[in-house]
Structures are given as structure tokens and as C-alpha cells.
Design a protein around this ligand. Structure first.
Ligand code: AHR
Length: 500
């Protein structure tokens, strides 16, 4: 039976924030060093230390936002170690106990974002740092005037203040970032945010409060309870601009997460089932937030998400290096469809992580680089950035039973860009069945149509010897007749259609 998707050009949801296609880069394994930053390595073409091949690839997918320096690493990061001529060498005790020479620090991060043309998201150290240290870092980065810290920044080569778009007040304070109770962190958050000055009043950065992980709705409730109790004397409630959410898809459990490339059909379906849980997480957290934030002032920052799998054999377990298959690509497209459908509350999302770590979009080996299947999904979905999502009604979506739960075999997003073009993304997660999908958009009067496809076996992936094993191809498996688009949607595929 044909799957039917109906929409109306005049029925749209809130704009899809471009920042939900954001990334996360931590001082972890080969993400920053080797992956993004190669310093003065003459063998790898670079501009001011940033490797050109990776930057070019990332610009192509329109990276809108980059979170740094962690993660757990942020919880022990002292910003002074990473500025000036004599950088302090430390041990990266979070990740692999390797020497961190701090050659990539604040100035290099802003250089990277400037080369990418993306917004900045700095995460402060609430684990081993002090509030004073955090305030000084913000002054160092953003004060425009004669303060000693602004002068020091100028001596280090940057007279103009940097622009911070988002600032994270702590990371995972419920666990690795301090084992705090929500009551304790809620108080600390209120306290800290009070002193984190916004020197740039024309472009104030937005403050991100640490929210829940996975299904810990109690954390959300308690944090909001704390932050909404005793409002600010000027009547300001909540004290935050965004609340973070972390959710990793782990096919097995923390001890045995599962191989990145060698998995069964059962494990595949379990992974996809777990990816769909993002919808429940956003729905439940939104319900809690709605009780407090009646004016929709606070948004979610899903600033860590992605597949977390076993590290590749022979690699440092603390480097979190994993391969990336078509399964990862399908997790990404299903997740983007969920984010797009929650555009009322989701402002930011950062895949973990950008290069060489977890569900990376690029993998490097010395002077070589490959794009992962997940990269191609970012490329296929980039037109949804800042577009208006069309509200859809779906009929006959096949339902699969996985681990005694029901999941949809087909997921989708339809949006309208500012220039009026329509972006349609369709994902078929079935390992056995092709489907036919009929899309009718009432009021759409365009006919210039093109399509592309990402299609492979569930465990196919790219290697340095075969870098295009999984890649985007032009697709002709559709018709457009009297305003109705009919698409053949092969098993384990993602189809992207653009109508102009
Ligand atoms: O992304 C890897 C780690 O996962 C981050 O450092 C931490 O915040 C989370 O637990």
C-alpha cells in the first residue's frame, strides 16, 4: 500500500533553527589535534593551523555552530593554559591520559569558527574551575575597552573582542561534571549566571543551563523548580536562555556498546528504535518546560547526541574512535526529522563529535580524509536550516515491531526555504522492504524538481581505500504529476527532493 504524506503550503510550524545542525568538538582523541588542527605541520595543507581539507568539507555542509572545549574536558579546562606564547602542558586526565600541549586554545577556537563561518558556543568549567576564573575568561574574550584582560588579549594578537553566541554554565553536572544534585546545581546555576556579564550588549551571548541526560525527567523538573522559585527582583524568571539535553544511542549497554561495523539485523533495529527515543525525550521535557515557561522563552540545546559504539580494535579506548556506517546515517536522518518536528523548543543540537570521535562526519589519517555516511546526511538536510517546517499528515506508514515496541519504517521532514523552494527528506529504515510514497502539498505551484539518494547496506561504510562506498547519488525514482510527487523509497535509504 502506498504511503501518503499530505501537507498544506499555508500550514507551517516555527522556523527550524539552523543551529540544530551544529557540531561538538572536544579535546578528546584526534578530534581537535590531527582532525581539525595540525599546527605548523608542513605535510598537511592548513591555514593558520586548521587543516584545509576538513574545513572545506565542513563549509560544504554549512556548519552553523561549534561547541568547545568539552564535554568532560571543559570540566577541567583552565583557559589560561591555552593563551599566550608559553602554553602549559598538562595531562588530559579525562581522555586517555595523554599530554595536552594546549597549542589549541581560545584564539585558535575563534579562528576555527571564523574559517567555518559558524557561531560560537563555549562551555565553562564548573568542575574544577571557579566562578572568578569563568568571569575572567568572559572578560578576556569579550571586553571591548581598556581592561587588563582585554589588553592581554590584544598583546596575544586580538584587539577586537571575540563574539560568543552561547555560553554553557557547566557540563553534565549530574554526573561527570560534579555529581551534583539538581537542587545543588540549580542554586549554583542561579549564582553563577548572575556574575557572567554580557559586555557585548548589542550581541549578548545566551546562557545554557545543564539539563537532563537520557530519560532523567526528574532533573528537568527539579532544575526548573529551583530556577523558577524566588524570581529575580526585576521579574525575570528562569535565569536561563537554554536548557541542555544529552542523549547517546548505544545499541547495547555501557560495558558492551556494540561494534560500529559488525552487527546483526537485530542490533540494527534496536539502534534505530533507540534513536527514535529522541522524540519521547523532547516531548516529555517540553511538557515539563511548558508548565514553567509559559511564554516559550527557554529553548533546548541538545548539545550532545549521536551513536556511541565500541572503539575500533587497537585504538586508545580513551580516544572514542569508531567507524561510521549507513546505520549511523539513518540514526542521523531520523534524529533530524525529530528535531525539525520540535522546532518550537529545539534551538541547538550538536552531534558528538565533529571529526574522528564518536559519530564523526569526517575521519582523518595523517594527510588523508574521508567523509562518513553521517556527513552525507548533514549535506542532504542542510536546506532545512532556517526553513519553515510544513505540518504533515501521514497515512499507511508501515510499523515495525522491535524489542516489543513499535517504530515507524518511514520518517520524513518537509520544509519551505525562504526562497520558496520545498525540501523533502524521506528515510526508509526497513532492511527488507522498498516503499512507494505519495506526497501532495496543497497550494504548491512549483514543478522544477530534483532528487538525490543515499542508499547502502546497513553496515556499509567508507574507508581510505574506498572513500565513496556510501555517497550521495542523483536519483530519478520519482514523478511529479498534477502537483503530486510519487517516490520510490528503497530499503535502507534516504531520499532528498527539492522542488523549486
Ligand atoms: O562526547 C563524549 C563525552 O560524553 C563528553 O565529554 C561528555 O560530556 C559526555 O559524557
Amino acid at each position: 500500500m502506498k504511503i501518503k504524506i499530505k501537507a498544506d503550503i499555508n500550514k507551517k510550524g516555527p522556523k527550524i533553527s539552523k543551529q540544530i545542525y551544529g557540531h561538538f568538538s572536544e579535546h578528546l582523541g584526534r578530534c581537535i589535534y590531527e582532525g581539525l588542527y595540525v599546527g605548523d605541520n608542513k605535510n598537511i595543507p592548513n591555514k593558520n593551523g586548521m587543516r584545509e581539507d576538513v574545513i572545506d568539507a565542513l563549509k560544504e555542509i554549512k556548519v552553523p555552530l561549534l561547541r568547545w572545549p568539552g564535554g568532560c574536558f571543559a570540566d577541567t579546562y583552565h583557559w589560561r593554559d591555552g593563551i599566550g606564547k608559553n602554553r602549559k602542558r598538562i595531562v588530559n586526565a579525562c581522555w586517555g591520559d595523554v599530554v595536552e600541549d594546549n597549542s589549541f586554545g581560545t584564539h585558535e577556537y575563534f579562528e576555527l569558527c571564523s574559517q567555518l563561518g559558524c557561531e560560537t558556543y563555549i562551555n565553562g568549567n564548573m568542575g574544577t574551575g571557579s566562578l572568578q576564573e569563568m568571569c575572567e575568561w568572559i572578560e578576556y574574550m569579550t571586553f571591548d575597552g581598556e581592561s587588563p584582560l582585554a589588553l592581554e588579549r590584544a598583546e596575544n594578537g586580538r584587539k577586537e573582542p571575540f563574539v560568543i553566541d552561547y555560553f554553557g554554565v557547566g557540563n553534565e553536572t549530574w554526573g561527570y561534571g560534579g555529581n551534583m544534585t539538581p537542587q545543588y546545581y540549580g542554586d549554583l546555576y542561579r549564582h553563577y549566571q548572575c556574575f557572567l556579564k554580557n559586555y557585548n550588549t548589542e550581541h549578548p551571548y545566551k546562557k545554557v543551563c545543564v539539563g537532563p541526560s537520557d530519560f532523567d525527567y526528574r532533573w528537568t523538573e527539579e532544575i526548573l523548580e529551583k530556577c523558577y522559585a524566588y524570581p529575580h527582583p526585576e521579574g525575570r524568571h528562569g535565569f536561563m536562555d537554554l536548557l541542555s539535553i544529552h542523549y547517546y544511542v548505544i545499541p547495547g549497554d555501557w560495558e558492551h556498546k556494540g561494534s560500529a561495523t559488525d552487527f546483526t539485523e537485530e542490533e540494527y533495529y534496536t539502534t534505530i528504535r533507540k534513536a527514535y527515543k529522541m522524540d519521547e525525550i523532547l516531548t516529555r521535557n517540553s511538557e515539563i518546560l511548558d508548565k514553567y515557561d509559559k511564554n516559550n522563552d527557554i529553548m533546548f540545546a541538545v548539545d550532545e547526541w549521536g551513536c556511541w559504539l565500541d572503539v575500533e580494535e587497537g585504538t586508545n579506548p580513551g580516544f572514542l574512535y569508531q567507524q561510521n556506517t549507513m546505520r549511523d546515517a539513518l540514526v542521523a536522518s531520523v534524529t533530524f526529522d525529530i528535531f525539525n518536528s520540535h522546532s518550537d523548543r529545539v534551538k541547538i543540537a550538536c552531534i558528538a563529535q565533529m571529526v574522528n570521535v564518536l559519530q564523526a562526519v569526517c575521519i582523518t589519517d595523517k594527510e588523508k580524509m574521508i567523509l562518513t555516511p553521517t556527513y552525507h546526511v548533514f549535506n542532504m538536510y542542510k536546506n532545512h536550516q532556517e526553513a519553515l517546517p510544513l505540518i504533515t499528515e501521514c497515512e499507511n506508514i508501515p510499523i515495525l515491531s522491535v524489542d516489543s515496541e513499535e517504530i515507524k519504517a518511514v520518517s520524513s521532514s518537509i520544509s519551505e526555504s525562504e526562497d520558496g523552494s520545498i525540501n523533502i527528506s524521506l528515510t526508509n529504515i526497513s532492511l527488507s522492504d522498498d516503499y512507494e510514497v505519495e506526497i501532495s502539498i496543497n497550494g504548491m505551484n512549483k514543478s522544477d524538481i530534483s532528487a538525490s539518494i543515499l542508499s547502502a547496506e546497513m553496515d556499509d561504510y567508507n574507508t581510505f581505500d574506498n572513500p565513496d562506498n556510501v555517497c550521495i547519488k542523483d536519483y530519478s525514482g520519482y514523478t511529479l504529476i498534477n502537483g503530486t510527487i510519487t517516490v520510490k523509497l528503497p530499503k535502507t535509504s534516504i531520499v532528498n527532493i527539492m522542488v523549486r
